[in-house]
Design a protein around this ligand. Structure first.
Ligand SMILES: *[C@@H]1O[C@H](CO)[C@@H](O)[C@H](O)[C@H]1NC(C)=O
Ligand SMILES: *[C@@H]1O[C@H](CO)[C@@H](O)[C@H](O)[C@H]1NC(C)=O
Ligand SMILES: *[C@@H]1O[C@H](CO)[C@@H](O)[C@H](O)[C@H]1NC(C)=O
Ligand SMILES: *[C@@H]1O[C@H](CO)[C@@H](O)[C@H](O)[C@H]1NC(C)=O
Length: 369
């Protein structure tokens, strides 16, 4: 009996510290154990052996949208792409009391991550000053939280029919490149799918809450791929166009009407005013279109500019018509006109020859009728 008790006490003393030690592994030991290449292979998807797909929850945090270009139909953004999924191989519930581990960005390469791509991307980069801007958290239950800061230029198809009174929808399309829906499925985060802050666009403001949806794609032989679609509706701020386009063109049209007050016989003044306003209008409309792609449809700005040009041109034509009609009337009345000068008896009162530095000789003649 005594011996049995002794053995039991010995066993307890020997076993208790080991059990405790197993429950309280240091963080480094947990990581070494989890990411040991002989038990964990980062090139294999979490549920590769099972028939279920890995669910990846995605959240976009749009830090800034900094330029929207009509000419190339694209926009530049700076985002945090946050992805969350569960990897059963990374569960460490019974190893330690720590609820989560924060990984260094060098260790991130040792963990499997989804192969997310932005299908409408033109160019993109993960910021890497001073180290690649990535973070990863591992939770006890095997949940992995992965975030990366990405700067991207994404294409955005624009409908410019109403330009510059238009709104543009600029989307984000996220797809898995290598895994079909049998292995990987994306979901939008249910609490906050897309968040947008600090948008300081000189020409646009955000019209409504971000839009998000699914867009799974069937590529035939390659299979069905998971896809998420999100986007922002941006409305153009017309202040710039009022100051730079609308007000100047209105003034030019009014200026062309000034010629109606000028004497009809002042041909030089009226013709030059008319031609100048027509030319200015042409330059204005070319300037307004210089930042736009050469689309084949008619835009609102074209209608505006064409209308202004029509008014200005009309003022010039009105003068030509009035001049011709007046001349005809004068001819019928038989009144002497400037044009019929030869038939009016005149006598030269005085004349001088003026020699100008440019060797052009003018004869100034004062006529007396
Ligand atoms: C990985 O695990 C194996 C066997 O469990 C072990 O022999 C090896 O030392 C471990 N490697 C590291 C780096 O911990
Ligand atoms: C993924 O989500 C679907 C339903 O949304 C569920 O049926 C499936 O079990 C989930 N897969 C995993 C591995 O949790
Ligand atoms: C953790 O330990 C408890 C009890 O010791 C056990 O029921 C559970 O299955 C263990 N969990 C894991 C993931 O090993
Ligand atoms: C795992 O733990 C995290 C943090 O405690 C929690 O947000 C998440 O829902 C858990 N995941 C599962 C699959 O239970």
């Amino acid at each position: 009996m005594k011996w049995t008790l002794f053995i039991v006490v010995i066993l307890l003393v020997r076993i208790q510290p080991e059990v405790l030690a197993e429950q309280q592994l240091s963080r480094q030991d947990v990581l070494n154990h989890l990411l040991n290449t002989s038990r964990y292979d980062s090139s294999i998807a979490p549920n590769f052996e099972q028939d279920t797909a890995t669910n990846v929850t995605i959240q976009l945090f749009v830090r800034s949208i900094h330029s929207i270009r009509e000419i190339s139909m694209d926009f530049s953004v700076d985002i945090f792409l946050r992805q969350k999924w569960t990897d059963p191989r990374l569960v460490f519930i019974n190893m330690t009391d720590i609820t989560r581990l924060e990984l260094d960005q060098k260790l991130i390469d040792k963990v499997w991550v989804p192969d997310t791509i932005f299908t409408n991307e033109k160019e993109a980069a993960v910021h890497s000053i001073t180290v690649p801007n990535k973070l990863m958290h591992l939770y006890q239950n095997g949940t992995v939280f992965y975030s990366a800061r990405i700067g991207m230029t994404l294409s955005c198809h624009m409908e410019l029919q109403k330009y510059p009174l238009d709104s543009q929808f600029c989307p984000f399309y996220m797809e898995s490149y290598g895994y079909t829906t049998e292995n990987l499925i994306f979901h939008w985060d249910t609490t906050k799918a897309m968040e947008i802050t600090e948008v300081e666009l000189p020409q646009f403001f955000i019209e409504s809450d971000p839009y998000f949806d699914r867009c799974d794609k069937d590529y035939g032989e390659a299979g069905i791929f998971t896809c998420l679609e999100g986007g922002v509706l941006l409305r153009r701020n017309t202040g710039y166009y009022v100051i730079q386009v609308f007000v100047p063109s209105i003034l030019i049209v009014i200026l062309s009407w000034v010629s109606f007050w000028i004497d009809i016989d002042s041909t030089a003044a009226r013709i030059s005013l008319g031609v100048l306003t027509v030319l200015t209008m042409t330059t204005q409309s070319a300037g307004a279109r210089s930042q736009l792609p050469r689309v084949s449809y008619v835009k609102a700005i074209d209608v505006w500019m064409a209308t202004c040009l029509f008014f200005v041109f009309g003022a010039l034509i009105e003068f030509a018509y009035a001049n011709v009609t007046l001349r005809g009337k004068k001819k019928m009345n038989g009144a002497p006109t400037a044009v019929q000068g030869s038939s009016v008896s005149v006598s030269i009162v005085e004349y001088t020859i003026v020699e100008l530095p440019l060797k052009n000789i003018y004869t100034c003649v004062r006529l007396k009728s």
